[in-house]
Design a binder for this molecule. Structure first.
Ligand SMILES: [Fe+2]
Length: 233
């Protein structure tokens, strides 16, 4: 299955494996033959732990229902492609590739997103520290300027999508990118902090006031995770 994904979409496969979103089956890890199957990751906090900034009901639905749908869709797409390829039906396999991008991206993006959040009563919110703080100041001028630019990018997304703080692997500098739907951040950019701008991420609580959601989420950003990703990138 994983070898099929390797041939079909090396970018998606690499991103998923690097994030740990696809785990090798127990017993055959570290071999060249790996059966990858996506699973829903556990959260490191309770659904209600991000309140009042993100409601427990949103978190529960977002994780248990929406993310699970991407996990299921990814595994189904992988199985469909493997079956089509085994029959030599490459037209069928190719037709499923967009689903692999959508569900694979959805699984990857949400896996990164949950780790980007933390309860405000613990390490959530505030401002970054250390080398990440220095880099943000150098590349954006100040933390406040960065935050405003990120919110502007989020507000500018038409329909569904994500905004990301990324590190450019070539230049080593920070930047902001947006992605439509569930397109993952790939190539020269390493995703450090992603904010989900899909309606399912805020509508139950904020309805059409998405700017309020974009303001509130800064109270639960886990800068420790973002800093760690920056230093490893
Ligand atoms: Fe989402």
């Amino acid at each position: 299955m994983a070898s099929t994904l390797l041939r079909t979409s090396p970018v998606i496969r690499g991103a998923l494996r690097a994030s740990g979103a696809i785990k090798p089956a127990v017993g055959i890890a570290s071999t060249t033959f790996v059966r990858g199957k996506a699973t829903l990751p556990d959260l490191k906090y309770d659904y209600g732990a991000l309140e009042p900034h993100i409601s427990g009901k949103i978190m529960e639905l977002h994780h248990k229902k929406h993310h699970q749908t991407y996990v299921t869709g990814l595994n189904t797409a992988l199985e469909t492609i493997a079956e089509a390829e085994s029959k030599g039906d490459f037209t069928k396999a190719a037709s499923v590739a967009p689903l692999l991008n959508f569900h694979g991206g959805g699984h990857l993006n949400h896996s990164l997103f949950w780790e980007n959040l933390a309860p405000a009563s613990r390490e959530g919110g505030g401002e970054p520290s250390g080398v990440l703080k220095t880099a943000i100041n150098e590349d954006f001028g100040s933390f406040d300027t960065f935050r405003k630019q990120m919110n502007t990018a989020l507000a500018g997304i038409q329909g569904s999508g994500w905004a990301w703080l990324v590190k450019d692997k070539q230049s080593g500098t920070l930047g902001l990118v947006t992605r439509a739907n569930q397109d993952p951040v790939t190539g020269q950019y390493v995703p450090l902090l992603g904010i989900d701008a899909w309606e399912h991420a805020y509508y139950l609580q904020y309805e059409n006031r998405k700017a309020e959601y974009f303001e509130a989420i800064w109270n639960v950003i886990n800068w420790k995770t973002v800093g760690s990703r920056f230093e490893k990138a």
